[in-house]
Design a protein around this ligand. Structure first.
Ligand SMILES: [Zn+2]
Length: 144
């Protein structure tokens, strides 16, 4: 079994089995919908961002993926840019009291981090599958 779980369904783990090859736009749509990268029907998550062990429809083992801190990094960069820029603009233009900042930016931080986190994690997993991304491995070459 390789990292994509190909021994369960067909010989090619990257989409030319009976599930057919996926285009990049199909992969992105599956990522946004939080669906299985191979069949597009099974759910990817069992909790908010907790992965299922495998696809309930096609049986793809989700152990191949490891987005690591990638989703959090994208979310932090996005949320930091939006919220800090908005807070600076409000402070410079209106100089509101501290409690107004707290009332504005605490919900803004929660909204800009929690809402996109699930979709970004799913998108990274699906794109990792689509592009066959994996850790680098040493190749054993024949001695000359
Ligand atoms: Zn599936």
């Amino acid at each position: 079994m390789n990292q994509y779980g190909s021994d369960q369904h067909g010989s090619d783990p990257h989409g030319s089995d009976h599930y057919g090859a996926t285009t990049l736009s199909q992969a992105v749509l599956r990522g946004v919908a939080c669906k299985c990268p191979r069949c597009g029907r099974g759910r990817l998550f069992s909790g908010y961002v907790r992965l299922r062990p495998s696809c309930e429809t096609c049986g793809l083992d989700y152990a191949f993926n490891d987005p690591g801190d990638g989703p959090a990094v994208f979310v932090i960069l996005f949320a930091g840019f939006v919220v800090v820029a908005a807070a600076l603009i409000v402070e410079v233009k209106y100089q509101p009291p501290f409690w107004v900042h707290a009332m504005l930016w605490i919900p803004a931080v929660l909204a800009t981090t929690l809402i996109p986190l699930r979709v970004i994690k799913s998108l990274l997993i699906v794109l990792q599958y689509h592009h066959r991304a994996a850790e680098g491995r040493l190749v054993q070459r024949d001695p000359q």
